[in-house]
Design a protein around this ligand. Structure first.
Ligand SMILES: N[C@@H](CCC(=O)N[C@@H](CS)C(=O)NCC(=O)O)C(=O)O
Length: 215
């Protein structure tokens, strides 16, 4: 069945799913949801019917059922239905550790750094763009320090010699951190993992600048 991914080139959450699709060798039609233009197409009534949370990504399975939202749920769905290459290992404790690292980014960093959070700080509380930038950098930096601290040492990817879910979360978050000018001193392990991942075709194809809707 043809899959449809609702995406935006700069969205780090959609970037995670694009990497997963490429790793699994799955083609999905892309529908572009511009998160800025006209107050954000994610806020339109049409899109709210697809994803009531008004965020990208969403994955339509093409079978008439509701689209799947939440990037982690989408990625785990892809991993369960298309097991090769696996994004989570067989060992339950290691799976938990990898999910925990991924959730530092998906559950702790990203929600407070979303575009709508920055907009609310500016519009509701009158904060300047400099304040918003300081806010973004603060939460990203603290979260990425924690992420780096939980990684086992000495491997090319986050958790060993093979890409896992954690790498799919890290690379888009590093892109986001750079966009917001977050100081990266001391996070060299993360930079090295990002560089290793971006040498892989699946990650390179998923980069924001390589998307058809890139501006
Ligand atoms: N927890 C959600 C987060 C999705 C999300 O917030 N996506 C951002 C782009 S990275 C978005 O659509 N933001 C819209 C907005 O802030 O208005 C997921 O992992 O899918």
């Amino acid at each position: 069945m043809p899959l449809t991914l609702y995406t935006y080139f700069r969205s780090s959450a959609a970037y995670r799913v694009r990497i997963a699709l490429h790793l699994k060798g799955v083609e999905a039609e892309q529908r572009f949801v511009h998160l800025v233009r006209g107050g954000g197409e994610q806020n339109s009534a049409d899109y709210a019917r697809i994803n009531p949370n008004r965020t990208v990504p969403a994955l339509d399975l093409g079978d008439g059922s509701a689209a799947i939202m939440q990037s982690l749920a989408i990625i785990e769905y892809l991993d369960e239905t298309m097991p090769a290459p696996p994004l989570l290992p067989g060992d339950a404790a290691m799976r938990a550790r990898i999910r925990a690292a991924a959730q530092i980014i998906a559950c702790d960093i990203h929600p407070v750094n979303n575009a709508r959070v920055g907009a609310y700080l500016r519009e509701r509380f009158g904060r300047s763009q400099d304040d918003v930038i300081a806010w973004m950098q603060h939460w990203m930096r603290g979260g990425l320090e924690a992420f780096q601290a939980v990684l086992p040492p000495g491997s090319p990817y986050c958790f060993g010699e093979a890409v896992t879910l954690a790498d799919l979360l890290l690379v888009p978050q590093m892109y986001n951190a750079r966009r917001w000018g977050m100081p990266a001193e001391g996070l060299e392990r993360l930079a090295a993992i990002e560089e290793a991942c971006l040498k892989l075709d699946a990650f390179a194809r998923a980069r924001p600048e390589n998307q058809p809707d890139a501006e």
